[in-house]
Design a protein around this ligand. Structure first.
Ligand SMILES: C[S@@+](CC[C@H](N)C(=O)[O-])C[C@H]1O[C@@H](n2cnc3c(N)ncnc32)[C@H](O)[C@@H]1O
Length: 335
């Protein structure tokens, strides 16, 4: 079966701006506000996606290892819970999809009839994923979509039929949303789904603070390169002159909010010019740009979030250390 992908353009998503213009506008707004803040969705250009894969292989980055253990151990139980005659397996932000392969192999073994629809903002990630799917899973119908999560879901709604949906939202991608944003996102998702559809969400659990800090401040400095690459991307796309040696990566645990928050801190007073925008941006010495939230959850937060957004928690799958949970939710539209 063919494996292919489609890039959603301005016409598909009712946005008058093309990708470069919306990027330029967003960066202009982000760097003009105080405090400065860039969206973590911009990490994932070709280099950023490669660096993220390298992060997942670091000994300190426990998240991927825990989720791999969970999927490997519980894949059959999960498959039996979600089994249906025929369904769409939709994955939000699959990255390299290595963990997904465990589920795909299990679903094939059980002779499930399904199509796989990965939705990812990064075209380079999608290209790599499609090539690997063609090689490892030639029997699966794969229809990738390169877009933001929600544009992809809305576009699917216009084109899809009455099949059941199983959504995968793994790797603690949900942690990149603030608590309010996560609630809005999940409620909108609920609106787009049918009663009885499922979503499997990977939540990183609150745990020893030093352990979490190490995962975002690795000894090889790959996370630092990943964070700084955001400035490289702005330089490339908007013809800018960010000097990466004049910024440093900083990640801290904010105990009130329960999130690891990442920043790029300016080491000196400086001005940066972005030719495509035709504007300079000033930085004071030690001024920070916020670049990422990685929210951590308690089990009670997860149950509360499901209740608030119209889902029923069907089953929680934990790793052996209780660092991470894959939570299976069912859409409830009955009450
Ligand atoms: C933290 S990585 C996790 C990848 C994978 N789920 C895992 O568990 O290893 C986030 C992935 O989501 C994609 N992504 C980030 N923000 C996105 C957005 N707003 N819309 C669509 N994809 C997004 C990135 O390109 C990347 O592949």
């Amino acid at each position: 079966m063919p494996a292919s992908y489609k890039i959603l353009g301005p016409k598909d998503i009712d946005n008058p701006l093309d990708e470069k213009k919306s990027f330029a506008l967003d960066i202009l707004l982000s760097l003009s506000q105080t405090p400065k803040k860039l969206s973590s969705k911009y990490f994932y250009d070709t280099e950023g996606s490669k660096l993220f894969t390298a992060i997942t292989e670091l000994p300190e980055y426990y998240l991927t290892k825990c989720e791999f253990e969970i999927l490997d151990k519980y894949k059959h139980e999960l498959a039996n819970l979600v089994s249906s005659n025929s369904f769409n397996l939709i994955e939000l932000g699959p990255g390299d999809g290595k963990k997904t392969n465990l589920l795909l192999n299990c679903f094939i073994e059980k002779k499930f009839d399904f199509s796989y629809v990965p939705i990812d903002i990064s075209e380079s990630s999608m290209q790599t994923l499609i090539v690997s799917m063609q090689k490892s899973f030639p029997s699966i119908n794969v229809n990738g979509i390169v877009s933001e999560y929600f544009d992809g879901i809305k576009w699917l709604q216009k084109t899809s039929h009455d099949k059941k949906n199983l959504i995968l939202f793994m790797g603690s991608n949900i942690g990149n949303f603030s608590v309010i944003h996560a609630r809005v996102f999940l409620r909108s998702l609920w609106n787009s789904l049918n009663n009885g559809d499922y979503i499997l969400i990977g939540f990183d659990l609150k745990k020893d603070i030093d352990l979490m800090l190490e995962a975002y401040n690795d000894s090889k400095g790959i996370t630092s390169q990943f964070n700084l690459n955001l400035l490289n991307r702005i330089n490339k796309v908007l013809d800018g002159n960010f000097d990466l040696s004049k910024f440093r990566h900083f990640a801290n645990y904010e105990a009130y909010s329960g999130a690891i928050e990442s920043y790029l801190v300016s080491l000196t007073e400086q001005k940066v010019f972005l030719r495509e925008i035709g504007q300079s941006f000033s930085f004071k010495a030690w001024e920070a740009i916020h670049t990422e939230y990685s929210y951590k959850y308690l089990e009670s937060d997860i149950k509360h979030l499901a209740d608030e957004t119209g889902f029923i928690v069907e089953k929680q799958f934990f790793d052996s250390k209780h660092y991470f949970v894959d939570s299976l939710w069912r859409v409830n539209k009955v009450n």
